[in-house]
Design a binder for this molecule. Structure first.
Ligand SMILES: [Zn+2]
Length: 314
């Protein structure tokens, strides 16, 4: 049985696990992300790998890192949340651990995990859309992860959705993730709570009457309990989610869409209106097989499992 280690480097925590060929995590360790400098991140990963190696014989390490990753060169080119610029992460980890290292964008790694062992395992082509603070994604066509020329493919959160729209963290305006993400959900819910208190009674109860105190979890709870203001906030981001999926459908024609990430954990209150909007916007809908839209099944483990499998297949 081939064992590899999958590592997920996020903005707030680093998780690493020993994973077998069936995508099962045998052991997992977590640590908060240290200071944002790359050296302490590398040190933390090396420590985690060292602890995991004690009890398991592993062949390679796969790392998913938030940012623009050139997989072929094992370098993180640009990681806004970690302040990394053209960081040779692969080389440094190989040197420190004496194991082969594969570096991948974190959303790509998570998408690969869902494709191999999760919600898309029965399919040959998938578009995995991670809806969290922003929108990330991974595109698998004909069984292959599509990385593009420099490894920057699948940055779908920055598809332009609204011409000269709201500003995005990337420096552009009107990006998809500004209209369909956790941040967009909060904006919509707070706006409804401010202007139409009647429709948002339950939501406001949860937030002790203060629209600004509304959290994502509250919107989900209220929507699942039928609060029409919260349901409408989900409908609003689902509208844009469906629009973006229709665009991706026109370009990629995937067999399945997988919705992943924190916001997707809300379940049907997001899934149903997103599916509806997607079918309304999809081109030539009456002449094609409409790809199903399903929820991810591996949760937060997808990145570790995907990165480990990419290392196993290196
Ligand atoms: Zn953007």
């Amino acid at each position: 049985m081939v064992l590899t280690i999958g590592v997920d480097i996020g903005g707030t925590k680093i998780a690493a696990g020993v994973v077998d060929e069936n995508g099962e995590i045998l052991r997992m360790l977590r640590q908060p992300s240290p200071a944002r400098d790359s050296e302490s991140v590398v040190d933390t990963v090396v420590n985690l790998v060292g602890s995991l190696k004690k009890d398991h014989e592993v062949e390679a390490i796969g790392v998913g890192a938030a940012g623009f990753v050139n997989t072929g060169r094992g370098r993180v080119i640009f990681a806004p949340n970690l302040a990394w610029r053209d960081e040779p992460l692969g080389d440094r980890l190989e040197e420190a651990t004496s194991l082969p290292v594969v570096v991948e964008n974190d959303a790509n790694a998570a998408a690969w995990g869902e494709f191999r062992f999760g919600a898309a395992r029965e399919f040959n082509s998938a578009a995995v859309i991670t809806v969290g603070t922003g929108i990330g994604g991974g595109i698998i066509i004909d069984g292959q992860l599509r990385r593009g020329t420099a490894g920057f493919a699948g940055e779908i959160g920055h598809i332009n959705m609204v011409s000269d729209g709201l500003p995005c963290g990337c420096g552009q305006r009107g990006c998809w993730e500004v209209y369909s993400s956790g941040g967009a959900l909060l904006r919509a819910a707070r706006e409804i709570a401010r202007t139409d208190r009647e429709r948002a009674t339950l939501l406001l109860d949860l937030a002790s009457g203060d629209p600004e105190a509304i959290t994502g979890l509250m919107v989900t709870q209220a929507a699942q309990a039928g609060c029409s203001g919260a349901v409408d906030a989900f409908r609003e981001i689902a509208h844009w989610l469906g629009q973006g999926m229709a665009d991706l459908g026109a370009i990629l024609d995937p067999e399945v869409f997988v919705l992943a990430g924190g916001v997707s954990e809300a379940g049907h209150v997001l899934l149903e209106p997103a599916r509806e909007a997607y079918e309304q916007k999809l081109t030539a809908v009456e002449y094609r097989e409409v790809a199903p839209v399903v929820l991810a099944s591996l949760g937060n483990d997808a990145g570790i499992i995907g990165a480990a499998d990419l290392a196993a297949q290196r």
